[in-house]
Structure formats: structure tokens, C-alpha cells
Design a protein around this ligand. Structure first.
Ligand code: NDP
Ligand code: HSE
Length: 430
């Protein structure tokens, strides 16, 4: 049987998963493709490092050119990430390979979100760009949007698409664990980015949302269009109040469209326990989709880690090998630039607001009056402590616009009985 050669850039979490799957399942994969997939060379930073997979030493190289520019290697798999928190290296390797007519596979959402247009533009006849592993780890969500839902007008998608933050929020709410300690565990399990601030501050989810929304809506969504807020301000106390009120707190990525434009946001969100996304725990991801024909649909699976992500990248290798053998490119992605991205000010939802106040009579009335002045209506409020200084007071509002809410928060912050606004969490309700 003929072999199709693959050049693997990187042998960390994802690269090791790809190696293991293509090696362990080599026979079955060869049957499906009609050719053996052979990883012919592997680019690493340090060839002497201990590995989780056993790769012949002779395949390892530190010379990227010997992989990317080898004319006998038609498929390049990029899993080096962003060394030094820079996308340049991954971008350059991928561009060289694409310009040489190769099939390029990546799990790197940051490089796609920042250089996607340039990379797509560099695909030549017979080559292709594949990125199933870049969004939601093992969940085949890119394929679902591109193929299974191609006949739908997608109205909205709402997803838990960062495994690290979901793992942190789940362990905090279920076990009362400490934020920093759970983050370290997520790193040791291979879920977190090379710079975990990318997970915690919502950048990673914003890159993924830009990619998904672009495919789902057919617009060229830029990561700068996505409103972003991370989870670092969420305290255990907020998770307890949320549970008491009947909600789970999740870092949600939301894309919705209507006649006024597209809404794109990543932020911590309270969702009712009855919503299917509320039960998605640990490093699992899920994407809840609403299409005009299919109705509601949810995809669920492991969103990070060596094997789940390796699974998505291996599937891309199989697609690329099929296309290489048949000398075809994958279908072109159609994108229009004409979309109005709604400013956050125009969006509407309910809000959870926890305010730290001086505990004395009249405080509630003063805060309520600021909400009223800004036309924000209060649905419920909770005060538990007594006599502490400061004490937490929690308000849940009815639906309000972001503009009005920010106006109310400015007024509340300025009250002399208010220490600070400890947290503001948007609430999604059916
Ligand atoms: P790792 O840090 O585990 O692996 C990076 C690999 O790239 C290592 O093998 C490293 O070599 C190699 N490398 C780094 N810099 C260089 C360089 N300058 N020259 C040559 N080789 C280099 O990263 P991950 O596998 O976790 O992530 C890779 C990509 O996949 C990222 O873009 C990430 O966002 C994405 N991703 C990760 C997921 C996960 O769960 N981890 C899930 C989905 C996507 P050496 O081993 O010698 O140090
Ligand atoms: N750091 C990412 C996450 C890896 O936690 O979801 C998967 O893209």
C-alpha cells in the first residue's frame, strides 16, 4: 500500500495525541484512506526531552525547513502553538506550506483568528486548510457547521468552548476549590494554553467564537468584534449565590443574529439549571445551536486534552490524505464582509449584581433608586450578613440594556454607602 507522508510540527499535548492515534489505529485508517499515513518527520524544540509517546529519535528535528519544505511531504500538521506568545512562527510555517500547494492542518485558534484571511488566501489549487481541532477539542463542530447544517440559516450559537475555565468553575462550585490551585491542575492535565491567561481572560474562547461565527454566519468575523470578559473576578461567593438562585455560572461564548446585526460576546454567564449547558462540567465543552430548519441542537464532548484534540486533528489528516490522493482541495469557505456587529451597549439581558455596602438603614433604597433612575427594574434582592463591614447585597434585575445597566452601575459606584461593585454577571434565561 502507498504511503502519504505527514510532517508534524510539535510533539506536545496535541502533537503526541496525533502521533498516538495515527500509530495505534494505523491499520484501520489505511483501510479508510486506501493508503498508509506515515508521519515522516517531527519538529520539536528540544529533541532530548522525555515524551509521552515513543517516537524514533531519527524522526525528530529542530529544523523546520526540513519538514515544511520537503517536496515529498504533502501534509503539514501544525501543533507548535504560539511560542513566546507570538503567532509569527506558526503563521510563517503554515504560509510556506500552503504556498507550496500543501494541505495544512492546525489546532491553533489564535493564529487562525489573527491571520485566517491571509492563510485562506494562501491556499493554492490542490492544497487546503483544515482546523477541526482548533475549536472545542474533540467535538466535530466545524464539520457540523460546514456540512451537516449547510442548509440552515444559523440564528444563534451559545457555547462552552474553553475547557480550562469550565474545569475551574466546575471545581470551584462543586468542591469550593481555590482558583489558582485548580488552574495549576488544569495545566498539569494539558488543558491550559501555554499562557493560561489566554484561557482565564477569555481570549481563547473569543478566538474560537470568531472562527465558529464566521463559518456559521458566512461573515468574516474578526476577533476584535467579540466583546470579552474573563472569569478572574468570579468569586466562590458568586457561585454560591448563583446556585441558590437556580443558576450555574459558565464562561459562555454567544453569537446571535437578527435584522439589526450580529451580537458576539464571551463573558461569565448565569444560566438556569434546567438549560442543557448548565450540566456541562469539567473540561467538557458544548455548543448549543439554533438553526431555522433544524431547531435546537447541542453538541457535547471533551473540549481539550491530548487525545480528544488529537482525535479532531487525526480526522483532518484523513480528510487531507483523501483530498491529496484525489488531487482536490476541500470546498472553499464563502465569506461576505457585510455584517453589522452590534455594539455591546445595544445588547439586552438580565443581570446579577453583587455590591459591597455599609450595613445601615437606607442603603437598599439608595441603590434601588439608582437602578430606577437608569430605568433598570429589580427582580429580586438578597442580603444575608448582618453587621459586617462591608456586607454583600445581591440584586437580580429584569431585562435591561447594557447601556442602561452601565449607567446604573456608575450611579451606584458613586454612592457614599457603597464600598465597591464586587461582581456583575449577565443572566441568560429562556
Ligand atoms: P505544547 O506546549 O504541549 O506543545 C508545543 C510543541 O511545540 C512542543 O512539542 C514543543 O517542542 C514544540 N515547539 C514549541 N516551540 C517550538 C519551536 N520554536 N520550534 C520547534 N518546536 C517548538 O502545546 P499544546 O500541544 O498544548 O498546544 C498546541 C496547539 O494546539 C496550540 O495552538 C493550542 O492552542 C492548540 N490546542 C491545544 C489543546 C490542548 O488541549 N492542549 C486543545 C486544542 C487546541 P518541545 O516538546 O521540544 O518543547
Ligand atoms: N486551552 C484550551 C481550553 C485548549 O482549555 O479549552 C482547547 O482549545
Amino acid at each position: 500500500m502507498d504511503a502519504v507522508k505527514i510532517g508534524l510540527l510539535g510533539l506536545g499535548n496535541v502533537g503526541s495525541g496525533v502521533w498516538k492515534i495515527l500509530t495505534d489505529n494505523a491499520g484501520d485508517i489505511a483501510q479508510k484512506v486506501g493508503a498508509r499515513l506515515e508521519i515522516a518527520r517531527v519538529l520539536v524544540h528540544d529533541p532530548d526531552k522525555g515524551r509521552r509517546v515513543s517516537v524514533p529519535r531519527g524522526l525528530l528535528t529542530t529544523d523546520a525547513g526540513s519538514v515544511v519544505n520537503d517536496p515529498d511531504i504533502p501534509i503539514i500538521v501544525e501543533t507548535i502553538g504560539c511560542p513566546g506568545q507570538d503567532t509569527q512562527l506558526a503563521r510563517d510555517y503554515m504560509l510556506s506550506a500552503l504556498r507550496a500547494g500543501k494541505h495544512v492542518i492546525t489546532a491553533n485558534k489564535e493564529v487562525l483568528a489573527k491571520h485566517g484571511r491571509e492563510l485562506r488566501g494562501a491556499v493554492t489549487r490542490g492544497g487546503g486548510l483544515y482546523y477541526e481541532g482548533a475549536v472545542a477539542g474533540g467535538i466535530p463542530v466545524v464539520k457540523v457547521f460546514k456540512e451537516a447544517l449547510a442548509g440552515n440559516r444559523v440564528l444563534s450559537l451559545m457555547g462552552i468552548i474553553n475547557g480550562t475555565t469550565n474545569y475551574i468553575l466546575t471545581r470551584m462550585s462543586q468542591e469550593g476549590s481555590d482558583f489558582e490551585e485548580v488552574l495549576r491542575t488544569a495545566q498539569s492535565l494539558g488543558y491550559a494554553e501555554q499562557d493560561p491567561a489566554s484561557d482565564v481572560d477569555g481570549h481563547d474562547a473569543a478566538y474560537k467564537l470568531a472562527l465558529l461565527a464566521s463559518i456559521a454566519f458566512g461573515h468574516d468575523v474578526q476577533v476584535e468584534d467579540v466583546f470579552r470578559e474573563g472569569i478572574s473576578r468570579i468569586k466562590l461567593e458568586d457561585l454560591c449565590y448563583a446556585a441558590e438562585l437556580g443558576y450555574a455560572v459558565k464562561l459562555l461564548a454567544i453569537a446571535r443574529r437578527d435584522d439589526d446585526g450580529v451580537e458576539l460576546a464571551v463573558h461569565p454567564t448565569m444560566i438556569p439549571h434546567s438549560h442543557p449547558l448548565a450540566g456541562v462540567g469539567g473540561a467538557f465543552n458544548a455548543v448549543f445551536i439554533r438553526g431555522d430548519a433544524v431547531g435546537d441542537l447541542m453538541l457535547y464532548g471533551m473540549g481539550a486534552g491530548m487525545m480528544p484534540t488529537g482525535s479532531a486533528v487525526a480526522a483532518d489528516c484523513i480528510d487531507a490524505a483523501h483530498n491529496f490522493i484525489r488531487r482536490v482541495s476541500p470546498p472553499r469557505e464563502v465569506r461576505s464582509n457585510h455584517v453589522r456587529v452590534k455594539p455591546m451597549d445595544e445588547t439586552q439581558c438580565r443581570y446579577y449584581v453583587r455590591v459591597l455596602v455599609v450595613d445601615r438603614p437606607g442603603v437598599m433604597a439608595a441603590i434601588a433608586s439608582e437602578f430606577g433612575r437608569a430605568k433598570v427594574s429589580i427582580e429580586s434582592l438578597i442580603q444575608k450578613g448582618r453587621g459586617q463591614d462591608p456586607v454583600s447585597v445581591v440584586f437580580v434585575t429584569h431585562r435591561a440594556s447594557e447601556r442602561d445597566m452601565q449607567d446604573a452601575l456608575r450611579g451606584i459606584r458613586a454612592l457614599d454607602v457603597v464600598h465597591s461593585i464586587a461582581s456583575v454577571i449577565r443572566v441568560e434565561a429562556e
